[in-house]
Design a protein around this ligand. Structure first.
Ligand code: GAL
Length: 369
C-alpha cells in the first residue's frame, strides 16, 4: 500500500487542532489512542535535565507507536520513556492503534513540534516510508524500533533477531513433534517481522517437509495480529483437517491465545503443542497450565535501553556504531539485533521470572497445585 503525505494534506486543519492538543500534553494524538493517564503527562514533559539537542537544550525524542493494545507494547512504551528520561531526554509518545493515516499524521505533528529524532514502530512497513521522507526533509533522523520500515532511507534499526525467533519456535515444536501435520498461524502481513518469523520457522521445517516428515496443512496471516482473527484462522484449520493436527506454531502470544481458544472448543487444548512469542503473562500462565508449549522471550528492557541510547546518539549527530546491516528493499540499514530466548515450563523460572518480566505469583496464579 502506498501512502503519501499528499493524501493527508486535507487533514491539515485537523493537524493544527491536534498540534494544539499535543502541546497541551494529550499524548496519543486523539481521543481513542491515549495511553493510560498515569503515563500521559510524563510522556509529554518527561526528562530530568541534560542537554545536547541540535537546537540547544534537552533532546526531544518522538516515539511513534503502532499500537498499545498488546501487553508488550505497553512495556515498550514505559521502558523506552524511562530509558530516554534517564539519559536526560524528553520523550514524546503517540500511538496510532493500527491506523496508518493516523500514524503518519502523528509523526507529522511530532516533526512540526521539533523533535530531534523520530523513533517509529510502524504499523505498515511500507506506508511509514512517507514519515522517513518527511522527517529527513526537516533534518530529523529516524530509527525503526522493533519493526523495520521498508523501502526508506531509515537511519538505524534496533530490534531482536526476528528470524531466530521463528527458528526457536520451530526447533522447540519439532523436538516434541518430529513428524506430522503442522499449522502455521502467521502475524500481520503488513509487519515485516511477521515475514521474518515465518522465514525462521520454515528454515527449520523445510528440510523436514522435503523428507516427507512434516506437512504444513494450513498457513495464513492474521490481520493486525488480533486473537479474534487467529481464532477464526485456527477454527478453519481444524475444520479443514477434521481436527487431525499435530502441532501449531503461532507468530506471537496474542495469536497463540486465539489458537488455544479454538483448540479448547474442540477439547484439544493441552493435547496439541502450540508455540507463541512475546512471553506475555497470559502465555506464561498457559505454559504452566499446559495449554501452550513455549513462548519466545525478548527482554524488552534491553531493546528499550539500547534504542534510547542510540536515539540520543543519533540526535547528537554521533555514530550509533551499529554492527549489522539489514536490507529494507532500498538500502542496507545499519542495525542492532538482540538475541531472543526460548522459554518453556522447564526454564520459565530462570528466565522471565528471574528477570522480573513477570512475578512468580502472577505466572502460577491459575496453575493447579
Ligand atoms: C511484532 C513484534 C512482536 C509482536 C507483534 C504484534 O512486530 O515483534 O513482538 O508483538 O508485532 O504486535
Amino acid at each position: 500500500m502506498k501512502t503519501g503525505f499528499g493524501r493527508f494534506r486535507p487533514a491539515l486543519l485537523a493537524l493544527a487542532l491536534l498540534t494544539a492538543c499535543f502541546s497541551a500534553a494529550c499524548s496519543g494524538g486523539g481521543t481513542e489512542s491515549s495511553p493510560p493517564a498515569s503515563a500521559t503527562k510524563a510522556e509529554q514533559h518527561g526528562g530530568v535535565g541534560g542537554s545536547g539537542s541540535k537546537h540547544g537544550g534537552k533532546i526531544k525524542i518522538g516515539f511513534s507507536m503502532d499500537t498499545l493494545l498488546e501487553e508488550r507494547w505497553q512495556k515498550d512504551r514505559d521502558l523506552f520513556k524511562a530509558a530516554g528520561e534517564a539519559l536526560g531526554a524528553e520523550v514524546v509518545i503517540m500511538a496510532a492503534n493500527g491506523d496508518d493515516a493516523k500514524q503518519i499524521l502523528q509523526a507529522e505533528m511530532m516533526i512540526s513540534q521539533g523533535v530531534d529524532i523520530l523513533v517509529i514502530v510502524p504499523h505498515d512497513a511500507g506506508a511509514t516510508a512517507a514519515i522517513v521522507k518527511k522527517a529527513h526533509s526537516a533534518g530529523i533522523k529516524v530509527m525503526a524500533y522493533d519493526r523495520l520500515v521498508k523501502n526508506a532511507d531509515i537511519d538505524l534499526y534496533v530490534s531482536f533477531d526476528n528470524e531466530k525467533v521463528g527458528e526457536l519456535q520451530a526447533n522447540a515444536i519439532t523436538s516434541i513433534v518430529p513428524r506430522g501435520k503442522f499449522v502455521y498461524i502467521g502475524g500481520a502481513d503488513t509487519d515485516n517481522n511477521a515475514h521474518l518469523f515465518k522465514k525462521g520457522v520454515f528454515n527449520v521445517l523445510q528440510p523436514l517437509i522435503d523428507k516427507g516428515d512434516v506437512s504444513v496443512v494450513y498457513d495464513q496471516w492474521t490481520k493486525d495480529w488480533t486473537p479474534v482473527n487467529a481464532l477464526a484462522n485456527m477454527r478453519s484449520a481444524l475444520s479443514a483437517n477434521g481436527n487431525k493436527i499435530d502441532a501449531v506454531i503461532a507468530a506471537n502470544d496474542a495469536t497463540a491465545g486465539g489458537v488455544v481458544e479454538a483448540l479448547t472448543e474442540q477439547g484439544l487444548a493441552g493435547r496439541i503443542p502450540v508455540a507463541g512469542q512475546d512471553a506475555e503473562l497470559a502465555a506464561a500462565q498457559r505454559i504452566v497450565e499446559g495449554t501452550q508449549t513455549m513462548t519466545v522471550y525478548k527482554p524488552i528492557k534491553l531493546l528499550a535501553d539500547k534504542a534510547a541510547e542510540l536515539a540520543v546518539k543519533l540526535a547528537k549527530g554521533e555514530s550509533p556504531g551499529a554492527d549489522r546491516k539489514v536490507n529494507n528493499g532500498k538500502i542496507e540499514v545499519p542495525s542492532v539485533l538482540l538475541p531472543p530466548i526460548a522459554v518453556d515450563k522447564n526454564n520459565i523460572d530462570e528466565t522471565i521470572i528471574a528477570d522480573g518480566f513477570h512475578s512468580r505469583e502472577d505466572v502460577y496464579k491459575n496453575a493447579k497445585k
